[in-house]
Design a protein around this ligand. Structure first.
Ligand SMILES: *Cc1c(COP(=O)(O)O)cnc(C)c1O
Length: 335
């Protein structure tokens, strides 16, 4: 089982007119800092506020007629995509999430008519609940990242970026379970293997980063982060997103909460974009000097906008932000 460019082209047909065609725009500020054209793929403009609609719609389109309903575990955005797709097909959706998922995300899912189950303090607990529901209630389970249709759906982002700008040399991808990075890397490497694809995560609880180094899926402790959408394990039984990320990503790297905080400020004050912490790991890596040599044009994906506005306001106005036992110290934005 793998994912190919042909699967991504097929996914594109499945999502056309609903989840495709987001803008790819230049960031003058980041272009200045990177010393290269720096482009933003605005997946925050998706109808559900995040790219996950692509993978969810493609997976739901492939379910057989008569499927009773769907279930999934989620850090918030995948659940919203599944809820949206299920509603369009008149299907029941049950979204399983941990207590770490921000209330704004839970509310967004309920508003789409899905049932919500909150269980435990980790993605693994949410996954166990979703598996149980699939077995006991006959619902189809859609993994947020370890599913070929989901990966192909996310891969349409890579295809669109390279169609709009075939000269892109480097793609910086926010990395969690790796469905996005795997899909984008399959598309990019099929088009030109020399395109550098970099996966970036927060420095605590980065499951894919540590799994690639260990050579097998490993568990990590889940902690609160400004990049909450990047939390959660990759599943010890990961079959697809792990091998694809291991084989196709040129590198993976980590950024700190302080760097994410500054990245959110930069994207807001310089580009006037309201986006989740998960979106800015690419900006954070460049601004903190973690990517000293960059071939341009460089592109990154602004993956979603479903954030807690109270936390966001604290970040962009330069106040302290408390994340569990940690505090990200106040620091006003200064370019
Ligand atoms: C899911 C998500 C990611 C990471 O995608 P993976 O496929 O899990 O690696 C990044 N940003 C946002 C906003 C997300 O919802």
């Amino acid at each position: 089982m793998t994912v190919t460019l042909a699967d991504i082209l097929e996914a594109r047909r499945a999502i056309r007119g609903v989840a495709d065609g987001t803008p790819l725009v230049p960031s003058p500020f980041m272009s200045d800092r990177a010393g290269q054209d720096f482009l933003l793929k605005l997946e925050n403009m998706q109808p559900i506020g995040a790219f996950k609609l692509r993978g969810a719609l493609n997976a739901i389109a492939r379910l057989p007629e008569g499927t009773a309903g769907v279930t999934c575990c989620s850090t918030g955005n995948h659940g919203r995509g599944v809820a949206y797709g299920a509603r369009a097909r008149g299907m029941r959706a049950v979204i399983c999430m941990s207590e770490l998922v921000p209330q704004a995300k839970v509310d967004g899912i309920r508003a789409l008519g899905a049932e919500v189950r909150i269980t435990g303090r980790s993605q693994d607990a949410a996954l166990a609940e979703s598996r149980r529901l699939a077995a006991e209630e006959g619902l189809a389970e859609i993994s947020p990242f370890d599913d070929p249709a989901v990966i192909a759906g996310q891969g349409t982002i890579g295809l669109e970026m390279l169609e709009a700008r075939p000269d892109i040399r480097t793609i910086l991808v926010p990395l969690s379970g790796g469905g996005l990075a795997a899909g984008v890397a399959v598309a990019a490497k099929a088009i030109d293997p020399a395109i550098r694809v970099v996966g970036i995560s927060m420095d605590r609880g980065a499951a894919m980063y540590h799994s690639i180094r260990a050579g097998r899926p490993v568990e990590v402790e889940e902690v609160e982060s400004l990049a909450d959408s990047l939390g959660g394990g990759i599943g010890l039984g990961n079959r697809l997103s792990f091998p694809l990320c291991r084989d196709l990503l040129d590198e993976t790297l980590l950024v700190t909460e302080e760097e994410i905080y500054r990245g959110m400020q930069a994207l807001y004050w310089e580009d006037r974009i309201v986006a989740e912490g998960a979106c800015v790991v690419g900006l954070a890596a460049v601004l903190s000097g973690r990517l000293p040599t960059l071939d341009g044009p460089v592109a990154t994906i602004v993956t979603g906008r479903n954030l807690d506005m109270e936390v966001f306001t604290r970040v962009v106005t330069g106040q302290d932000v408390t994340l569990g036992a940690r505090v990200v110290k106040a620091r006003p934005w200064r370019a």
